[in-house]
Design a protein around this ligand. Structure first.
Ligand code: FAD
Ligand code: FES
Length: 262
């Protein structure tokens, strides 16, 4: 059932990134890795249905009655979302999909760009469970890591990587995963979200190092609830899965890392 939630904050963080905070009842039961499908139509009069389809965003964090989201403006839906103001109402459907399978293992969380979004909520839960975890975040520039400060709330084991070296180490986030993973006394489980080439590279590393890895996939979505197969991804056994209902989080080894997912 959709919920009409109240916007508490919709703040520009820099680098085209925004933090949206809502007062929501239905999202109280969300788990890390689940997402919410938003209607982002403009509030202008007369009302429009553009864009018609909802836009999916991962739950960024959940604190008391407040659910937050981290999003990057990429097109007209996210641009319209950025124009929404505190006090306005927004129509949402969620929480949707399957989240991360949290195990007892120490955890290495790896986020590429705005792919960091589902990892803050995961960090929050791991802290509550008093589990050891390390966060490795990468982006092109320091501006695109404007969300990094939010992670400092839950851990001091936070490593930053930028392609231009403007903050943290210089390079791709995947360049540093072997080094950081090797620092764990007990073999870690990896949890990742980011662009598909980053996830494909992590899948190759996880296979070689024999480490468990959960990845959160992105796909263009229509219904968001498993009814249209518009978000299909290819599995290794030759079958297809729905990113919205069977995912968005999958253990890496069930996915086909060929052309479609890689
Ligand atoms: C399960 C799930 C969770 C997601 N969680 C988040 C999140 O927490 N934060 C967030 O910012 N985004 C997230 N996304 C991506 C987000 O849904 C899209 O960026 C958004 O729907 C784009 O809508 P739009 O109308 O602004 O762009 P559109 O008008 O639909 O697209 C504009 C252009 O941007 C391209 N585009 C669309 N999506 C992306 C993308 N993800 N990256 C780069 N280019 C893109 C399109 O191909 C097109 O060329 C998630 C996606 C999924 C499937
Ligand atoms: S978006 Fe319709 S089945 Fe996934």
């Amino acid at each position: 059932m959709p919920e009409i939630a109240k916007i508490i904050q919709n703040k520009a963080l820099g680098g085209n990134l925004y933090r949206l905070v809502l007062e929501s009842q239905s999202l109280q039961k969300a788990v890390p890795g689940q997402f919410v499908h938003f209607l982002v139509q403009s509030q202008a009069e007369p009302p429009t249905w553009d864009p018609l389809l909802r836009r999916p965003l991962s739950v960024y964090d959940l604190e008391e009655e407040k659910a937050s989201f981290l999003y990057r403006i990429v097109g007209r839906g996210t641009k319209q979302l950025a124009n929404r103001r505190p006090g306005e109402k927004i129509d949402l459907l969620g929480p949707l999909g399957r989240g991360f399978q949290i195990t007892q293992d120490p955890a290495l969380l790896i986020g590429g760009g705005v792919g960091a979004a589902p990892l803050l909520f995961l960090a929050h839960k791991l802290k509550e469970k008093q589990q050891k975890f390390v966060v490795l975040l990468g982006a092109r520039t320091a501006q695109e890591l404007a969300h990094a400060g939010d992670f400092a709330k839950y851990t001091q084991d936070l490593f930053l990587v930028t392609e231009d070296g403007s903050v943290g180490r210089r390079g791709l986030v995947t360049d540093f995963v072997p080094e950081v993973a090797a620092q764990f006394k007990v073999r870690p489980k990896l949890y990742a979200c980011g662009p598909n080439p980053m996830l494909a590279s992590l899948a190759a590393f996880a296979k070689e190092a024999a480490l468990p890895l959960d990845v959160s996939l992105e796909a263009a979505m229509a219904c968001g609830v498993g009814a249209c197969f518009g978000c299909a991804c290819q599995l290794k056994d030759g079958s297809m899965a729905r990113v919205c209902a069977d995912g968005p989080v999958f253990p890496y080894e069930v996915l086909d890392w060929g052309e479609k997912n890689g």
